[in-house]
Design a protein around this ligand. Structure first.
Ligand code: 3YP
Ligand code: ZN
Length: 372
């Protein structure tokens, strides 16, 4: 018997070589010291996989096998020059960088990136054909910053955009929604789908976290795509109070208006209280609540078809508990695993909707106007 929730992890996702730098490449000249774990070291994601296994949740999931994406799959979202450059640098003895100088990959790294994009495609395929109801693809490297012409922000290929384009061009879907709850702006899908109404791209993120010059409310798409890019930037310091308010008043109404055939969640866990690359205050139960809301709206408008793709998340201590909560919710299973960090995070705040947070979300409500 297959369970309702598909799951993807591959050993090679844990072999992504992020190099000897910490956030920037190590450099004697810049005095950035080498360190054993880059901030995006794949161990954080491997630890999530191992909690899914050790908690027993994995027994309730249908494991899906990713194949590497092909060149044609990648070219639905990227320029050929970007694809060719990644392959060329990947062949070098020490690998290369996805495009912005802070996104290193090792020799053969193209294969892991293609396997991540292929994992996203496989999750979409399995949900679309009914093999499973929904899926969590714990893929790595992430994708949501990668633009048509370049990788960026630890991302090589835009896994979510490649999967959405696959749903459109191979599966024939005409309406795919991307909901990006990673704490950083989903600039990649915004760039790739700027002029189309076939993909609704909603990004909820910490204002000006990364990239610092995009993700503003007035970026709404162009041409046929006008109104189908929605940015909901939140002030730093927000937790489940503002996230739930943003979902209830903007994200879910947008999805109800759009009626997608498939919802893809860009699922980062870097809006957590423990994350080193942001200043937001979600706990695992907050992520669980967001997953619940998306599951409910997916059941309402998209025949339940929901695919979550792993994006960021940089606390090796906390990402596993946040991810477990989301995958439990997708599967409708509780393993009874307690969030081990809850005792030290419970009283720090974030659950209350503060006035300036309400204002930021209310200002985004006008973005609902053009969706049909
Ligand atoms: C990339 C370089 C500095 C911030 C970092 C953000 C990566 C990420 O998690 N994006 O979702
Ligand atoms: Zn992020």
């Amino acid at each position: 018997m297959t369970s309702r929730t598909g799951y993807i992890w591959n050993t090679l996702y844990g072999w992504a070589d992020t190099g000897s730098g910490g956030l920037f490449p190590s450099s004697v000249e810049a005095l950035t010291q080498p360190i054993s774990h880059h901030v995006a070291h794949p161990d954080t994601k491997r630890r999530l996989h191992e909690l899914i296994a050790a908690s027993g949740l994995i027994k309730s999931l249908t494991q899906l096998e990713p194949s590497p994406a092909g060149k044609a799959d990648v070219l639905r979202a990227h320029d050929e020059a970007h694809y060719d450059r990644i392959l060329a640098e990947s062949a070098l003895p020490k690998g290369g960088d996805a495009g912005d100088g802070v996104s290193p990959f090792g020799q053969g790294g193209h294969h892991i990136a293609l396997l991540a994009a292929g994992g996203a495609i496989e999750a979409v395929r399995a949900v679309a054909d009914g093999t499973v109801d929904n899926a969590y693809a714990l893929i790595n490297p992430p994708g949501h910053h990668a633009e048509r012409a370049t990788g960026r922000g630890f991302c090589t290929f835009n896994n979510g955009a490649i999967a959405a384009a696959y749903a459109r061009e191979v599966l024939g879907m005409t309406r795919v929604a991307i909901v990006d709850w990673d704490v950083h702006h989903g600039n990649g899908a915004q760039d790739i789908f700027w002029e189309t109404s076939n993909v609704l791209n909603i990004s909820v993120h910490q204002n000006r976290c990364f990239p610092s010059n995009s993700g503003f409310r007035d970026e709404r798409g162009a041409g046929d795509g006008f109104g189908y890019t929605l940015n909901i930037p939140l002030p730093p310091g927000g937790g489940s109070g503002v996230y739930e308010y943003a979902f209830d008043t903007v994200v879910l109404p947008a999805l109800r208006a759009y009626r997608p055939e498939l919802i893809i969640v860009a699922s980062g866990f870097d809006a957590s209280m423990m994350d080193p690359l942001s200043r937001m205050m979600l706990r695992s139960e907050g992520f669980r609540a967001l997953a619940r809301k998306i599951l409910d709206v997916a059941a309402e408008v998209a025949d339940g078809k929901l695919v979550c793709l792993q994006e960021g998340g940089y606390s090796p201590h906390y990402v596993p508990f946040c991810g477990l909560a989301v995958v439990e919710e997708l599967a409708g299973v509780s393993t009874g695993t307690a969030d081990a960090l809850h005792p030290i995070l419970a009283d720090m705040g974030g659950d209350e909707l503060l006035p300036h947070e309400r204002e930021a979300v209310d200002a985004a409500r006008e973005l609902l106007a053009n969706i049909s």
